[in-house]
Design a protein around this ligand. Structure first.
Ligand code: SAH
Ligand code: SF4
Ligand code: F3S
Length: 470
């Protein structure tokens, strides 16, 4: 039986917009244009959520600033993926006691994935009295309600109950870029990889309706957006919870058939569910970028089993072989964890050999970080920290060599890129595969696709010359 996803009703959202209006009136009565600062940690999902938070703040009369100093509202949108990420947030949260002292009316909020952990909420309640409000990702759509309560009553407000998970359509978004946009197609995760905190803090998988996603993409394209990234923790399970028969490949194909000049990409694909149908769909539509982020996590089948990843080394390699066979120009990136509990030297070497075999364009590399409440945090972990650091450094060195080699291979090629901005004296552009290219040129070109001939390469970026405007 397919589950029905809870959708927040229009009435519930309208009630939130009324709260926004009341906050607006509050400031107008005082003749003040209030300022708000939103700091984002973690992944693209959080970036996208921060756009909704900024949208609600603007709706409530705030202007967005780029510093906590002097801001009337500070929102910390946090990440819980590794211990280090959390420590940074606690450090920066502590420092806000000073900005609050200098601006006594400042209201401080914490949200995002850390707010989904009970022990974090307790710590904030007890040890961070300057934090006025906390809301977990399930309650993001109620941010105006939290803000209003804090502002009008002065009471600390916690919206952190663990809900079943819902979908809120039609929240205002203040987007960072006019050219690029994130579009969440689903929320949560059902995979419970043994090391990962995400399913605990973001709840079960739930998919947005295809019609809502298509309508959002269409509006974005009509407003001039050229590059859309579809977001989900595991986009390949899109649609499994919907009543209609639609999977991720179907959704991708429908978006790729919208009129206009744009590219779509997506993240993240779980290798277990990445199908031939997906790769064939990518290959079939020119508007789908030939870029794939396919996290492998470990090259050892034993470790993959302990991680609860549901694929082994061979199955992963077979998928990569197929994807490359139908998309020879594919840009492939991945995530990998070093030092999972019990990983032996030989198993680590299997990770190295997988990297050498696949030749990723780039890798996001992490040292295992035990997350309270996950099964891996309780596993025996005899490998000393120094040894894990050594493995990590080796892995980075191997990958850097591959990245340089692949980057050098771009030299002399002419690629269609989106010119997306400037950095000091250069224009910046992105290849279809997402590589950064720097070039000289007129800023009026920003926002257009162009053919660029690559003339140089470093580990991280390419340089090029404009060959032809599209
Ligand atoms: N949903 C995505 C990943 C989200 S988290 C996927 O399944 O691919 C991004 C990356 O952080 C993961 O791919 C993993 O490599 C890393 N990660 C997650 N939990 C971790 C932990 N406890 N320690 C170290 N790295 C972790
Ligand atoms: Fe975490 Fe695994 Fe879900 Fe990715 S698929 S968010 S790594 S549990
Ligand atoms: Fe971090 Fe939450 Fe993303 S834990 S990586 S912000 S889903």
């Amino acid at each position: 039986m397919k589950e029905k996803t809870t959708v927040i009703t229009r009435e519930q959202l309208d009630a939130q917009l009324v709260f926004c209006n009341e906050i607006n009136d509050y400031w107008r009565a005082r003749g003040i244009t209030p300022k708000a600062y939103v700091e984002t940690y973690g992944c693209q999902q959080n970036e996208s959520d921060s756009e909704a938070i900024r949208g609600l703040l603007v709706q409530s009369g705030y202007t967005i600033t780029d510093s906590a100093e002097g801001a009337d509202v500070v929102v910390m949108n946090t990440c819980a993926i590794r211990e280090h990420a959390q420590q940074r947030v606690f450090g920066n949260l502590g420092a806000l006691t000073h900005t609050k002292r200098r601006h006594s009316g400042q209201k401080i909020f914490l949200c995002g994935c850390m707010a989904g952990q009970e022990q974090v909420v307790t710590r904030i309640k007890n040890s961070y009295p300057h934090v006025d409000g906390v809301f977990s990702t399930h309650h993001l759509w109620q941010f105006a309600e939290v803000l209003r309560r804090v502002l009008f009553t002065g009471k600390r407000t916690f919206f952190t109950e663990d809900e079943a998970g819902s979908i809120a359509e039609g929240l205002p978004h203040l987007r960072d870029s006019k050219l690029k946009a994130w579009v969440s197609i689903m929320y949560g995760c059902n995979n419970f990889c043994t090391y990962c905190i995400v399913p605990y803090v973001r709840g079960r998988e739930r998919s947005r309706q295809p019609a809502d996603i298509l309508a959002e993409c269409k509006t974005l394209i009509e407003s001039g957006v050229k590059d859309i990234t579809l977001l989900g923790q595991n986009v390949n399970s899109y649609g499994k919870d919907l009543e209609q028969d639609v999977d991720f490949s179907d959704l991708l194909a429908q978006i790729a058939q919208l009129p206009g000049d744009f590219l779509i990409r997506f993240m993240t694909s779980h290798p277990r569910d990445a199908s031939k149908k997906l790769f064939d769909t990518m290959a079939a539509y020119p508007k789908i970028a030939k870029q794939l982020h396919l996290p492998f996590q470990s090259g050892s089948s034993r470790v993959l089993k302990a991680m609860n990843r549901h694929y082994d080394r061979e199955a992963y390699l077979e998928k990569v072989r197929y994807a490359k066979s139908v998309m020879p120009e594919l840009v492939l990136t991945s995530d990998v964890i070093v030092g999972f509990p019990g990983e032996t030297e030989a198993e680590f070497e299997e990770t190295i050999s997988l990297i050498q075999q696949v030749h990723y364009d780039s890798l996001f590399t992490f040292i295992f970080s035990p997350r309270p409440g996950t099964p891996a945090a309780k596993m025996d972990d005899p490998t000393p920290k120094e040894e894990k650091n050594r493995r990590f450094d080796k892995l980075c060195a191997v990958q850097n060599e591959i990245s340089v080699e692949l980057h050098n291979a771009y030299i002399g090629k002419t690629l269609r890129c989106l010119i997306d901005g400037t950095d000091k004296e250069h224009l910046t552009a992105r290849t279809e595969g997402g590589r950064l290219v720097r070039l000289m040129g007129d800023p009026s070109l920003i926002g257009s696709f162009a053919k660029i001939t690559i003339t140089g390469a470093t580990t991280w970026s390419l340089t090029g010359e404009l060959t032809e405007k599209d």
